[in-house]
Design a protein around this ligand. Structure first.
Ligand SMILES: [Zn+2]
Length: 249
């Protein structure tokens, strides 16, 4: 599957997932309609569905406008968000470990509560779309769930193959790497990643997608239970300490 990155607002991302040559695609998250419409037009793609990672306004605000001109458009999100009626226009609810087909490829749903209680991620063909749960070198704020819930959700990403490409909901990588460096000032991996990301941003490039293998080495929120970061804390205490430090970084 081919992924087209669509920057929205100042730092959000939507992603068009398309099978090369099919002329069709789905979009992961719909922060705002105009840039998504422009990308569909530029690539000559028909939009078949919207997949939403969670209900926050900067991920769903484009849904109504995209659906208005496409009667019957599938708008897929979590069962929690459907049950609680949190996404206007949602037509389909998916649950943890549900699998469905997209252009002959299996899509696997992961419920990853913590940032919100209805957060989901989509695993498609060696890629994972993580919304605001896992960022490159960081993670989302814990708004609705508990620290334990968020740490368990993040730990699930560690089970995916290391070569998995990570497509996240925001371009927060530079700031996240600066925080990661403050946690592990000795890490050469983080220092190199920071240099690479700085060069990418100065060149006007996206830092997405990342690779899970790299994240496992640089992202403190995937390493919260590593003895080096955990010290004498429990895994949840360690995660909480890291997340609270990042909240005020
Ligand atoms: Zn969010």
């Amino acid at each position: 599957m081919h992924v087209i990155i669509v920057p929205c607002y100042s730092d959000n991302y939507a992603y068009l997932i398309t099978e090369e040559g099919s002329g069709h695609c789905v979009v992961v998250d719909a922060p705002e309609a105009p840039p998504i419409e422009a990308a569909l037009e530029a690539h000559g793609l028909t939009l078949d569905a919207i997949w939403l990672t969670h209900h926050h306004f900067d991920h769903v605000s484009g849904v109504a406008e995209l659906a208005k001109t496409r009667p019957g458009l599938e708008v897929l999100g979590s069962r929690y968000d459907m049950q609680h009626d949190r996404i206007a226009g949602q037509t389909r609810a998916v649950a943890d470990e549900e699998r469905f087909d997209c252009a002959g490829h299996e899509v696997r749903v992961l419920e990853v509560p913590g940032h919100t209680l209805g957060a989901v991620a989509f695993v498609v063909d060696g890629d994972v779309f993580t919304g605001d749960t896992l960022f490159l070198a960081g993670c989302g704020r814990v708004f609705e769930g508990t620290m334990e819930m968020m740490s368990e959700s993040l730990a699930r990403f560690r089970e995916l193959p290391r070569e998995t490409r990570v497509f996240c909901g925001h371009e927060y990588t530079l700031n996240n790497l600066r925080f990661a460096q403050s946690v592990e000032p000795q890490s050469e991996i983080i220092e190199m990643a920071l240099k690479a990301a700085t060069a990418q941003r100065e060149a006007g490039e996206f830092t997405v997608p990342g690779r899970l293998g790299q994240e496992l080495e640089q992202n403190p929120f995937l390493r919260f239970d590593d003895p080096v970061l955990m010290g004498d804390d429990t895994p949840v205490e360690s995660f909480t300490r890291l997340r609270q430090a990042k909240d005020s970084f």
